[in-house]
Design a protein around this ligand. Structure first.
Ligand SMILES: NC(=O)c1ccc[n+]([C@@H]2O[C@H](COP(=O)([O-])OP(=O)(O)OC[C@H]3O[C@@H](n4cnc5c(N)ncnc54)[C@H](OP(=O)(O)O)[C@@H]3O)[C@@H](O)[C@H]2O)c1
Length: 313
């Protein structure tokens, strides 16, 4: 079978197509015939070696972790799913190697794909969706809360906006150009184009600020928070985590850095919303598996509306 791998940390030029055996399964595992795989920024952060403390020195490594597909084979001790089920899921983000024709997963990594949702859309929503739910839960968002999403037109921001509005929050969004225009369909209460304006120049104060873009550090964001407001970032790094720890000892304005851990409850929540067309995730462009370099360059360039997804026949 085909699988995209890399043998050293580097750039998209280090990605290559390998021909490998279809993996075997243990009694508690499923073999999935992969139908679609979505690209996430974490894919190239790992490839570039930005997370090598966690990802280690063992090669070859595979790439990508959000997928959808059909169960080809189910181990004897598996539960909840059977051969032929259409599923979507996410592998361990630090080890993921979903960009392949077949992968092996356990029950906790998958969820049934709603019939009305394409394989591409199902693969596209998972990391953005689970991370958005983590953010909203962490900030305990409720009706009437005022929320700022910095990076609102990306995979995480789009779902955070839709679900925050669903909960009755008032949402201000920061993004730019076509993406900012696109997310108007989910009725943000305020929009700021970061290429024309600075959110830090605005007088509005927020109950919660979600930092998804790396451009609004807590040192600046705290001036935009209400007295008991909370700042939640999806961009962990050791220095910020230490600063956050000390800030949270002394300040009523909280600085939280999250690492989302997908679970079945969150998968089912997302699946339920998608089956009822309550939450959506646009697919910007699809590529074949052998177009991996082109696809990653396209995704990293930015400016696309929605996720970049591989379709695997
Ligand atoms: N910790 C976790 O568990 C976790 C989970 C998922 C993702 N993440 C991380 O969270 C980040 C967001 O993920 P994503 O998938 O949503 O990324 P994405 O799809 O690349 O979206 C990035 C967003 O940031 C906006 N942006 C870029 N520069 C900006 C600036 N200077 N000011 C304000 N907004 C700006 C982009 O808008 P334009 O397109 O208009 O530039 C876009 O809306 C990534 O770094 C990702 O690795 C972390």
């Amino acid at each position: 079978m085909k699988k995209v791998i890399y043998n050293r940390y580097g750039s998209f030029d280090d990605l290559q197509m390998a021909e490998v055996d279809i993996p075997g399964i243990q009694s508690d595992e499923f073999l999935i015939k992969v139908k679609a795989v979505a690209i996430n920024p974490l894919d190239w952060k790992k490839l570039e070696g930005q997370l090598k403390i966690i990802t280690g020195k063992k090669f070859p490594k595979g790439i990508a972790f959000d997928f959808s597909g059909i169960i080809e084979n189910a181990g004897n001790n598996t539960t909840n799913f059977k051969t032929g089920d259409e599923v979507f899921g996410t592998l361990d983000a630090m080890k993921g190697e979903a960009l392949a024709e077949y992968i092996v997963v356990k029950t906790e990594s998958i969820c049934k794909k709603p019939k009305n949702v394409s394989f591409e859309t199902a693969a596209a929503i998972l990391t953005g969706g689970t991370t958005a739910i983590f953010l909203l839960n962490k900030a305990k968002i409720k009706a009437g809360d005022e929320v700022l999403i910095n990076g609102a037109s990306g995979g995480v921001g789009m779902v955070a906006l839709q679900v925050a509005k669903l909960k009755g929050a008032k949402v201000a969004t920061v993004a730019s150009g076509k993406g900012l225009d696109f997310i108007h369909k989910w009725h943000p209460d305020r929009t700021i184009d970061y290429k024309k304006d600075k959110v830090t120049n605005k007088p509005e104060k927020y109950d919660a600020i979600f930092e998804l873009a790396g451009s609004l550090p807590f040192s600046q964001a705290k001036n935009l928070l209400k007295p008991n407001g909370i700042y939640v970032s999806t961009l962990p790094n050791p220095v910020d985590m230490i600063k956050a720890f000390f800030n949270n000892l002394f300040s009523a304005k909280k600085n939280i850095i999250i690492q989302a851990h997908p679970n079945q409850k969150i998968f089912n929540e997302i699946s339920n919303w998608m089956s009822q067309n309550i939450v959506e995730m646009p697919v910007a462009k699809t590529f074949r598996i052998d177009e991996f370099k082109e696809a990653y360059h396209f995704a990293k360039k930015g400016g696309a509306i929605g996720k970049v997804v591989f379709t695997i026949p």
